[in-house]
Design a protein around this ligand. Structure first.
Ligand SMILES: Nc1ncnc2c1ncn2[C@@H]1O[C@H](COP(=O)(O)OP(=O)(O)OP(=O)(O)O)[C@@H](O)[C@H]1O
Length: 218
């Protein structure tokens, strides 16, 4: 499902250049759920951004579902991203839309027509039905995170890339929601790459990798 091969990425910080990813390799099979752990600043979010086609590596090869990402135009990458589910550190909910409209936004953009299915298989298990007509500013951080997760799943992507929010959630709430999310991806048979700081959440997935000095280690 995912092949990252010998990927290098450098970043300019002040006057110096830092190598964030150093001949980084990753293989994830279809239906497999993988946790990525590592110290703050190790490059975990950067790796997810590369797989999502939001950034390009300096060298190396990234392939998702048989398609290579290099050489694609911005428009092609945008099309590619419509087929995956992204949960990033900022929830980016649309403040003028209800929970229902936020969750179903991607689903409608993709011209899908199974809103009841989304409610039954995604919104229900994530506990969103009582919140369905509320607006994001009426929700707690954990509730907003659950809405962001439902939105990422609602267009039925086969691959989910998730970067655990670290900022505005307390650790317990963050872990609870991510554990629920991990469980839901298993029920739906999805491929998941999740950045997490929580060993407890990571232990619920099939494999944990550690990003250290630009490479992934078991
Ligand atoms: N736009 C940028 N310009 C320059 N350096 C950046 C930029 N974005 C991130 N970095 C640097 O790249 C490195 C990797 O960042 P990244 O966000 O991928 O780390 P992370 O492992 O996800 O960290 P955290 O766990 O704190 O979210 C860090 O040293 C960071 O300072």
């Amino acid at each position: 499902m995912i092949k990252v091969h010998q990927v290098n990425l450098f970043r300019t910080q002040g006057r110096s250049q830092r190598q964030i990813l150093d001949h980084c390799d990753l293989k994830v099979s279809r239906g497999e759920r993988v946790a990525i752990m590592g110290e703050s600043g190790a490059g975990k979010s950067t790796l997810l951004h590369l797989i999502a086609g939001l950034e390009r590596p300096d060298s190396g090869h990234i392939e998702v579902n048989g398609d290579t990402l290099e050489g694609r135009t911005a428009a092609q990458l945008c099309q590619y991203r419509k087929r995956i589910g992204l949960v990033f550190q900022q929830f980016n909910l649309l403040p003028t839309l209800t929970v229902a409209d936020n969750v179903l936004f991607q689903h409608r953009l993709n011209h899908l027509n199974d809103e009841q299915g989304v409610i039954d298989t995604i919104a229900g298990p994530l506990g969103l039905i009582p919140l369905w007509e509320l607006y994001p500013d009426q929700l707690s951080g954990g509730e907003q995170q659950r809405v962001a997760i439902a939105r990422a799943l609602a267009h039925h992507p086969k691959l989910i890339l998730a970067d655990e929010p670290t900022g505005n959630l307390d650790e317990h709430t963050g872990d609870e929601v991510m554990a629920l999310f991990a469980q839901l991806t298993r029920q739906l048979g999805l491929t998941l790459v999740m950045v997490t700081h929580s060993r407890r959440v990571a232990a619920t997935l099939e494999r944990t990798l550690h990003l250290r000095e630009g490479r992934l280690h078991d």
